[in-house]
Design a protein around this ligand. Structure first.
Ligand code: FAD
Length: 427
């Protein structure tokens, strides 16, 4: 079945995924004499770096997501179709989607990444994740519900299990989440649940490496660990999870922590679509040349988290970061213009690394930037400024600014709502 898309004599560029990479590319192709078809399984773009704020009641979901159609309201050569892409059939120059087949002249895959459980089925079945807006809302519901359940139970063992959180993965996501939970413990939840003893609320951050934030400087790791311990977070390094059955986490040294809440932030892998030969894949991502062209396919490109740009200098590909995705999109835009003009001097991708930042709880952050290393409040102000600038939509920026200012002065997180779909709507 063919999808209802206007016929055109102009070349059709199909982009799969409206994340940082897909959006940037589609915007940049505004003036190219082409038909740009963007496909995403959601009708919104998600600003993933702030998902942890949704999960910990700091921001509403709507302020980190933005409707795709609104972004492209005035772009004449643009078409959006909400659909899940199921496979690519390069031999037919077509993608198979949940709404039918869509032919392309050029295809760009920007499907991002998905959580990697490294084959641990028990963890996959029982742990919580934070990769999408629904997952972040679910996490918020579970955190808040657990405190309601903790008030009800008379068993101290059960109460402690409900109030214990184990976060696995000491990268920026795990560190940010642990810090935000520490803030909830210190300044927010005790006001809601004065019947509970908050010494029972335990937050554990676990990583198999010898320091947190391994991709950042030792100074950043050291400060993050110190800030977290000030927020009552127990950091477990060189510690590897063996299994999690929904009741307790067991580590390889056979230590165990009773908890019903394990949050898995320990790994991601490319969201690779079926249809590519094994030769086009590398370490769970789509292998491309320096021009983001998928190996073995002249008219298919991959950008962002899903793309492993393998060169002699970068044999593992670039890290999965928003700036990498956006820079690749901008360059591909220039290169596609050259392809359309039949020019052959395409420019290879080289990442301009401006630095990395992570927040660590209440208005503290660590930042390794190209012009220096910063920790504490100054780093947090830089982090907040950057996120306000890059957040999509003016309304979202204002909402985030107001929420952060409110929580700073009021020691509050005002979005402590448990919201579940209506039972009538359940299948
Ligand atoms: C919790 C969290 C915190 C992060 N924090 C930071 C940070 O502080 N700084 C930083 O630089 N990076 C951070 N990242 C990483 C950053 O978000 C990613 O590098 C970035 O989103 C990659 O952009 P992308 O366009 O490749 O993919 P995404 O932004 O993931 O977009 C992929 C899009 O593809 C769509 N899609 C996927 N599969 C299909 C399909 N089959 N059919 C249709 N649509 C599909 C998805 O719906 C999505 O819209 C964080 C990530 C997470 C999860």
């Amino acid at each position: 079945m063919a999808v209802n898309i206007p016929m055109t004599s102009r070349p059709r560029i199909v982009i799969v995924g409206a994340g940082f990479a897909g959006l940037e590319l589609a915007k940049g192709l505004k003036h190219l004499n082409s038909q740009v078809v963007l496909i995403d399984k959601n009708n919104h773009h998600t600003f993933q770096p702030l998902l942890y704020q949704v999960a910990t009641a700091g921001l509403e979901p709507e302020s980190i997501a933005y409707p795709i159609r609104e972004i492209f309201r005035y772009q004449k050569n643009f078409i959006f179709r909400m659909a899940e892409v199921l496979a690519v059939t390069p031999e037919k120059n077509c993608v198979v989607t949940s709404i039918g087949e869509i032919p392309y002249d050029y295809l760009v895959i920007s499907t991002g990444a998905k959580t990697n459980f490294f084959g641990m089925k028990d963890v996959e079945a029982n742990a919580l994740c934070m990769k999408t807006v629904p997952e972040a809302v679910e996490l918020r519901n579970i955190i808040l519900e657990n405190f309601e359940k903790a008030v009800l139970t008379t068993s101290l063992e059960e109460r402690s299990r409900l109030m214990t959180f184990v976060i696995v993965g000491g990268g920026p996501t795990g560190v940010e989440l642990a810090g935000a939970l520490g803030e909830l413990k210190k300044v927010v939840l005790p006001h809601d649940h004065s019947e509970l003893d908050f010494k029972m609320m335990q937050i554990h951050l676990v990583d198999m490496e010898d320091r947190l934030l391994k991709a950042m400087s030792p100074e950043a790791s050291h400060s993050a660990e110190k800030f977290l311990s000030d927020h009552d977070v127990n950091v477990w390094l060189k510690t590897k999870v063996k299994f999690f059955d929904g009741q307790k986490v067991v580590f390889f040294d056979d230590k165990a922590i009773p908890t019903s809440n394990m949050i898995w932030t320990a790994g991601v892998t490319g969201e690779v679509l079926p249809g590519f030969s094994p030769a086009a894949l590398a370490s769970g991502r789509i292998k491309t040349d320096a021009f983001n062209r998928v190996c073995g396919h002249e008219n298919i490109f991959a950008i962002g988290d899903v793309a492993a740009v393998i060169t002699e200098k970068i044999p593992q590909g670039y890290p999965m970061l928003a700036p990498v995705a956006m820079q690749q999109a901008r360059l591909l835009c220039q290169n596609l213009k050259k392809v359309f003009d039949r020019k052959t001097d395409l420019k290879p991708f080289v990442y301009q690394d401006l630095g990395v930042m992570a927040t660590v709880g209440r208005h503290e952050a660590v930042a390794d930037l190209f012009f220096g290393k910063f920790q504490g409040m100054l780093a947090w102000l830089m982090w907040a400024g950057l996120h306000l600038i890059t957040l999509v939509g003016f309304r979202n920026r204002i909402v985030a600014l107001v929420n952060w200012t409110w929580s700073y002065f009021r020691y509050d997180r005002g979005l402590r709502l448990i919201i579940r779909p209506s039972k009538r709507n359940k299948a």
